[in-house]
Structures are given as structure tokens and as C-alpha cells.
Design a protein around this ligand. Structure first.
Ligand code: SAM
Length: 345
């Protein structure tokens, strides 16, 4: 019997094949989420392992697990170094729990039932401009998290994954040395405030977020050694924002809201801030045209989950001005596709 030679066009040149990959992108995302849930990457941290070992440790069917890992290896996540034996790749490393570049909780959140139900209602969002999540669950995302502490933990852990990576960039991209009182508006568990205070020993901070969220702030402040210089305050940024700060940070906040709500939050910041204070917004800025940009994907999540949006530079300038602020500087936080926009009143 002769050896068969398979001649094939590059898949990349075949639009239907490429399109099939895109169409089934959600399946790939779910494989990543499942691998993250199972902790496969952590099991490979000390070296490649056979599927038989991985399936035993994760309580999964070895044949089915092999199929999932083979599928992920085909896109560069894990590598099948020998038949039915898998190891880590740089992409798979980000699914580990214990590395600085971890996105494990982001993957798990992307695979959560709530994400899928919102996604399934995308047409509703496109027809109405309203969040499909709210139609599916009858409440807004933040109230849902308040009523579902398990999901809130996953959400804030996912935020923490991204926070660890972008917040260090914020602390080094902007010179806070002439600032003394930081107010982190919607500061979550306080990771950003902690990163800035660690770098600027003269500063103090208020981490402001919903009451049920700020209860976890003291743990972050303790762990990072800045507890003596920071405090948590619970509240609603549509009602009142802590006063007299000389720098207000809004990290991944405005993209959760439509233009009117974003302008209201900014107007409340303006009302609260000390004369001469700076406002620092951290969000993606959508580039013009067809340029690939992570913000274009996050934008759809914002639409479905919150009725919010990622903004172009012109749109961001528009909401800042509607809130009574003027932009003074924009700093790109590469390699993350994120910008730091400085404004003042
Ligand atoms: C996308 S997260 C960003 C968290 C954090 N700033 C970061 O960079 O990781 C948005 C935050 O806004 C908070 N938030 C939502 N609605 C709020 C409100 N009405 N008042 C205060 N905080 C609110 C949420 O609890 C959440 O922590």
C-alpha cells in the first residue's frame, strides 16, 4: 500500500472554513472555560502529563477530555507533545491560577450560564440597545451580583485577574507624585488603589463602591500593606461620591454605562472633587475603521450585560464634556489595549 499524499489548500485561503471557525467561536470559548474550571493548566504546571492522569485528577472521561485538549491545542492552547500527552504553551499558562498573567477567572466567567443567556439574547440588545441580561434575568447585573454572592465572587475574581495586570501599568504610566488623596470610584476590591499607594507612600485613598462590594476591600489593603493609608466607603455613585479628593480614578467604570449615566457619574465626581483635582478614566478607546481591537469584543459584552459601551476617543471626550470636564492627556497602556485619559474641570 502506498503512502497517501493529501494535497490541500491552506485553510486560511478558504473562506467557508475560516468562517466555520468564527461561527463556532463560542464553542472554543466554552472549551477554554471548562479547562479553566477543571484546573487543567495548573495540573500541567510541573510538566506535561498523559490524558489518563489528567482525567483521573479532574474526574473526567479520558476520551472526552482528550478531544477537548486536542481542540485547544489546535489553536495554540496546550500542546500534544506525544500521543495523548499534553503540556503548557504560553497561552495555556494564562489559564493557571497562580501566575501574574492569569486569566483563569475571566475564562470561567465567560463560560458562566449568565454570560450565555445574555449572549443568546444579543438580537434583543441590537434591536433595542438595551441589555439582554436584564431581559433574561429581570434585574440589572449589579443587583443580580448582590443577590448571588457566588457569582459576585467569580465576577470580582475575574476583575482581579485583569486588575493585577493593568493596574500596575496605571501606577507607572501616570505620575501621581503631586497628588495626596485618591478616590477610586467603583474601586471594586481595592486592587488599583493598593497598587498606587504602594508606589506613592505619601498618598492616602478612599475605595468607593457598592456597600456589599467594599466589605472585601480591607483584605486587599491588609495583604498589600497599605491598610493604614486607605479606607473603604460604600455608596452609590449616582447619589454621592466621597469629597475632597485631589485625584479621582474611574477604572473600567464608564464603559458599564450609556452616555447619559456616564455623564451623570462624571458630573458627580466634578461636584465632589477639590479645586485643581484630576480625573483619571481607564477604559479602552475604540480605534477607527477595521483595526482589530479587543475593545470591539468587550463592547458587545457591555451592550449585552449593562447597556454600556466602549467608546471612541471622540465619544469619550463627549461624555467627559457632558459631565463638565475637559480632557488634558491620553496615555496608551500598551500592551493592554487600554487608555488612561486625564481630565479636569
Ligand atoms: C467593571 S468593575 C471595575 C472595578 C475596578 N474599578 C477595576 O478596575 O477592576 C465596575 C465596578 O463598579 C461598581 N459599581 C456598579 N454600580 C455602582 C454604583 N451605583 N455605585 C458604586 N459602584 C458601583 C461595581 O460594584 C464594580 O466593582
Amino acid at each position: 500500500m502506498g503512502t497517501a499524499t493529501i494535497l490541500r489548500m491552506s485553510d486560511r485561503e478558504h473562506a467557508p472554513t475560516e468562517m466555520m471557525r468564527l461561527i463556532y467561536g463560542a464553542f472554543l470559548s466554552q472549551q477554554l472555560a471548562t479547562a479553566a474550571d477543571l484546573g487543567v493548566a495548573d495540573l500541567l504546571a510541573d510538566g506535561p502529563k498523559p490524558v489518563s492522569v489528567l482525567s483521573e485528577r479532574t474526574g473526567t472521561d479520558p476520551v472526552a477530555l482528550h478531544r477537548v485538549l486536542r481542540g485547544l491545542a489546535a489553536v495554540g492552547v496546550f500542546t500534544e507533545i506525544a500521543p495523548a500527552t499534553f503540556g503548557l504553551t504560553p497561552l495555556a499558562m494564562t489559564l493557571r491560577a497562580d501566575v501574574p498573567e492569569s486569566l483563569r477567572n475571566v475564562a470561567r466567567l465567560a463560560g458562566a450560564r449568565e454570560t450565555h443567556e445574555a449572549l443568546a439574547g444579543l438580537e434583543h440588545s441590537i434591536r433595542t440597545g438595551l441589555p439582554s441580561f436584564e431581559r433574561a434575568y429581570g434585574t440589572d447585573w449589579w443587583s443580580y451580583l448582590a443577590a448571588n454572592p457566588g457569582r459576585a465572587s467569580l465576577f470580582h475574581a475575574a476583575m482581579g485577574d485583569v486588575a493585577r495586570q493593568t493596574h500596575a501599568a496605571v501606577a507607572s504610566a501616570y505620575d501621581f507624585s503631586d497628588r495626596r488623596i485618591l478616590v477610586d470610584v467603583g474601586g471594586g476590591h481595592g486592587h488599583l488603589a493598593a497598587a498606587i499607594l504602594q508606589r506613592y507612600p505619601e498618598m492616602t485613598a478612599v475605595v468607593f463602591d457598592r456597600p456589599e462590594v467594599v466589605s472585601d476591600v480591607p483584605t486587599t489593603l491588609d495583604k498589600t500593606g497599605v491598610a493604614g493609608r486607605a479606607r473603604a466607603e460604600g455608596g452609590d455613585f449616582f447619589e454621592r461620591i466621597p469629597e475632597n479628593g485631589d485625584v479621582y480614578v474611574l477604572s473600567w467604570i464608564l464603559h458599564d454605562w450609556d452616555d447619559d449615566d456616564a455623564a451623570t457619574i462624571l458630573a458627580n465626581v466634578r461636584e465632589a472633587m477639590a479645586p485643581g483635582a484630576k480625573v483619571i478614566v481607564i477604559d479602552t478607546l475604540i480605534p477607527p475603521g477595521d483595526e482589530p481591537h479587543l475593545g470591539k469584543l468587550l463592547d458587545i459584552i457591555m451592550l449585552m450585560q449593562h447597556g454600556g459601551k466602549e467608546r471612541t476617543e471622540a465619544e469619550m471626550v463627549g461624555v467627559l464634556r457632558a459631565g463638565g470636564l475637559t480632557e488634558t492627556e491620553i496615555v496608551e497602556l500598551a500592551p493592554w489595549p487600554t487608555a488612561l485619559i486625564v481630565a479636569q474641570s
